[in-house]
Design a protein around this ligand. Structure first.
Ligand SMILES: Nc1nc2c(ncn2[C@@H]2O[C@H](COP(=O)(O)OP(=O)(O)O)[C@@H](O)[C@H]2O)c(=O)[nH]1
Ligand SMILES: [Mg+2]
Length: 337
């Protein structure tokens, strides 16, 4: 592919900020492209999109939980509420079960519900397979969520997870909601494992099934006495039914309350800053290893530069990459193999 095949990043950014959906789609494609020329343009695109909104605008909500718990159905129900309230919503569905080679699987409930996205300017849905990081969040998803944050009120990231992979979703989201499947051992096992911070909100779905859902909700409530709970937040457990559309407004109110909790104390900006540094360090380490990270001045130096580049982590990422590559080249020159 030649450079001319890629859109001009600054023009594209302007269209994305206007909320033009074809521009959003082509921006996401650019972020998903690993070619060096695409990467350079993606960095420019993100630089042009960055701004105060990334510090404290919008709301990134991670929806996670075991396959079949009803995450996609619940997201569909939430979308209806949000759209009725005039909120613009984008969804990134990172769902291995929706990979075509695995025979499809339910993306956002059923096909009929998705169809409405095609006619609604305020709704954008992108389905992503999980790119071998089964259940986790592939590295591309992170910049994608920032792109969407620049032009939607709510960004939902749906991931499948029942183990260590939820660590990823907590590193992307302002608010993490765990969707529990009634009468399944997954949730309790997950809570006991202690491998991540507790999700901010629990939704026990399929409340229409009766007793089992109540029992699971009570179990989650009892298991909550962990030391990593954040002071001032109550970790609500909601009983919902995506099918009957009950409890949805309640769940949504808890999301808004959590958003308010974060923003009120300066936690939101701090959290977003932490996510940015975390991902840039991870991207650099994935690409160049700890050795490469040392060539960029070491972990803490990169971290510090990111603190200063708060609103534009991607430019800092690109700068560190170039620094590392230059050091590699220098080294090759002085020490030919
Ligand atoms: N009884 C009942 N079934 C539900 C409910 N929500 C989803 N389901 C069903 O559970 C299955 C899995 O739903 P899906 O949304 O694809 O789950 P995901 O894998 O977590 O995204 C589907 O057959 C849904 O129809 C609910 O509230 N009650
Ligand atoms: Mg799903």
């Amino acid at each position: 592919m030649t450079a001319g095949a890629f859109p001009d990043p600054e023009q594209l950014a302007a269209r994305i900020l206007q909320g033009e959906r074809p521009a959003v789609a082509s921006g996401l494609n650019l972020l998903d492209n690993a070619l060096p020329e695409a990467r350079a343009r993606a960095a420019r695109l993100l630089a042009a999109l960055s701004g105060e909104r990334w510090r404290q605008g919008g709301h990134v909500i991670g929806i996670t939980g075991p396959p079949g718990a009803g995450k996609s159905s619940l997201v569909s129900a939430l979308i209806r509420e949000w759209r009725a309230a005039g909120k613009k919503v984008a969804v990134l569905a990172v769902d291995p079960s929706s990979r075509p080679e695995m025979g499809g699987g339910a993306l956002l409930g059923d096909r009929i519900r998705i169809k409405s996205a095609a006619f609604d300017e305020g709704l954008f849905i992108r389905s992503l397979a999980s790119r071998n990081q089964l259940g986790g969040v592939a590295t591309e998803v992170w910049p994608m969520s920032w792109l969407l944050l620049s032009c939607f009120d709510i960004v939902v990231v749906e991931t499948v997870g029942v183990g260590q992979t939820e660590i990823d979703i907590a590193e992307i989201s302002d608010t993490v909601c765990y969707v529990a499947q009634p009468a399944s051992g997954d949730t309790i096992q997950y809570l006991k494992s202690g491998i991540m911070e507790i999700p901010d909100v629990f939704a026990v779905n399929k409340a229409d099934l009766g007793g089992a859902a109540h029992k699971t909700a009570a179990e989650i409530g009892r298991s909550g006495a962990r030391p990593d709970r954040e002071e001032g937040w109550d970790y609500p457990v909601c009983l919902v039914s995506a099918t009957l559309n009950t409890g949805i407004a309640d769940l949504l109110a808890h999301f808004e309350r959590h958003r308010h909790f974060l923003a009120g104390s300066g936690r939101l900006a701090a959290l977003r800053g932490k996510h940015q540094s975390g991902w840039v360090l991870r991207l650099l380490k994935d690409e160049f290893g700890s050795f490469g990270l040392d060539l960029a001045g070491g972990r803490s130096a990169v971290h510090e530069r990111l603190e200063h580049a708060r609103l534009n982590p991607f430019a800092e990422y690109e700068r560190s990459r170039q620094q590392i590559l230059a050091r590699f080249r220098q080294n090759d020159f002085h020490n030919p193999l």
